[in-house]
Design a protein around this ligand. Structure first.
Ligand SMILES: [Zn+2]
Length: 432
């Protein structure tokens, strides 16, 4: 092999490693988004892993030489690769962060999340041509291939959406929030699911194999009712999870907004519900390991996505079918999902009283002696049953007392949108 050929082979592998490091950093970062999407604080080890992979990518791209004496730093290569990673990661994270009230830049990126990565194609090409650093070029090529593949897959999956019709109340809320001009509202907020033809208003709805309707925006920010397709899928996954918990012999009950719908709205979902809440009691027979392993096995078998947060005592089960590895975590780049939050409780003694205790805050549930959140045991156990979504579910022994612990006067309707203006408009519409 000539010297030239040897150096070409070395360069090829150096480029391949740069691309591989970027892919690893990207996947690690995408997976990190599961925390904000489930309202859970970032896990320190997950943050450290992502940070390490990003640092390693930047170092590999910008450093050259064989030992400390010959080491060289390509400052421009470092600046360009760091800038690209920051911008791409901002685009990737925007949908997960925009769930909370966000600034305009984040909302803009979230709104264009499906194709914003493609805006970087031209700058990446220019940077690749201008900076003679093969490792940088390989990293940029890998990043752009991922963004093109993501956009293409979102585009193709979106075409599988089917039309659904609105009921009168959904339509009235939509028209009120739109101030009467549906077309302008659709364009202003980029609501691609809304189909207007003549007097006919319909919704290009989600399914198990399409991206979900972007709840974050439509329900929590714009104050619309949950879309008809999403409501149907929430019903299906709620029955699915409760049936599996029953199969496993778990003690469970409807929680939070789902229990509120069952009690106050005669067994239906609240109009603007964006998830289903179910709680499970952990004890000697139903340990975390047994519950998480049992649910994981069943969800994998039946095509539901499951996320486990052991430190938070939370399991989240989503309606979308798990993708093959490599693409699995990219679901966290989407702007919504249909899911059941399974919160776990344990028995504890707090201030001389037996309570059922959870780790995460819920409504106005009191803080326990050990720093968790608790509800008196006798309000929950033995569980009772209640009609919900066309079936019978287990619920707390005294559901009204439970709801008072969470929400106080739960019979007064509270508009829990993140956008106060949308809540105000919605309240006015309901008063008419
Ligand atoms: Zn939907």
């Amino acid at each position: 092999m000539t010297g030239f050929e040897a150096s070409a082979v070395t360069q090829f592998f150096a480029g391949l490693i740069a691309a591989g490091l970027y892919v690893a950093a990207y996947l690690s970062f995408v997976r990190l988004l599961r925390f904000p999407r489930n309202w859970v604080a970032l896990g320190p080890s997950a943050v450290a892993t992502t940070g390490f992979l990003v640092a390693l990518t930047l170092a590999w791209v910008s450093l050259s030489g064989h030992d400390l004496d010959t080491i060289g730093l390509d400052i421009i290569g470092l600046a360009v690769s760091a800038a690209f990673i920051i911008v791409i990661f901002a685009i990737v994270a925007a949908p997960g962060i925009a769930f909370r009230p966000a600034n305009r830049g984040v909302e803009f990126l979230a709104k264009h999340a499906e194709h914003a990565g493609l805006w970087l194609l031209a700058p990446a090409l220019a940077a690749g041509l201008a900076v003679p650093n093969l490792k940088l070029q390989a990293m940029l090529a890998a990043a752009m291939m991922i963004e093109m593949s993501w956009s293409l897959r979102q585009h193709l999956a979106g075409r599988r959406r089917r039309l659904h019709s609105f009921n009168d109340s959904d339509l009235a809320v939509l028209e009120t929030q739109a101030g009467g001009d549906l077309e302008a509202f659709r364009r202003r907020h980029g609501i691609r699911e809304l189909v207007l033809s003549g007097d006919n208003v319909s919704w290009r709805g989600c399914s198990k194999n399409t991206p979900p309707c972007p709840f974050n925006l439509y329900v929590n920010r714009l104050g619309l009712n949950t879309a008809p397709c999403c409501r149907e899928h929430m019903r299906e996954i709620c029955h699915y999870v409760a049936d599996r918990l029953r199969d496993m012999g778990a003690v469970y009950w409807l929680e939070g907004g789902s229990l509120l719908g069952a009690v106050r709205e005669n067994g239906t979902l609240l109009d603007w519900k964006d998830d289903i809440d179910i709680s499970v009691l952990l004890d000697a027979e139903m340990s975390w390991d047994r519950l998480s392993a049992g649910l994981s096995k069943r969800c994998r078998r039946d095509g539901f996505f499951i996320d486990l947060f052991e430190r938070k005592n939370l399991i989240s089960i989503s309606f979308d079918a798990p993708k093959s590895w490599l693409f699995r975590w990219e679901r966290y780049r989407l702007r919504g999902e249909i899911r059941v939050d399974v919160a776990l409780y344990r028995k504890a003694i707090s201030h001389g009283e037996t309570v059922l205790e959870r780790q995460s805050h819920k409504g106005a549930m009191a803080v326990t002696e050990s720093g968790g959140y608790g509800v008196p045991q006798e309000i929950v156990l033995p569980t009772s049953t209640i009609d919900f979504l066309g079936g019978t579910f287990d619920c707390p022994h005294d559901p009204e007392a439970y709801l008072r612990v969470l929400y106080g006067e739960f019979k007064d309707v509270e508009y829990t949108y993140l956008d106060p203006a949308a809540a105000e408009t919605r309240q006015q519409a309901d008063l008419q």
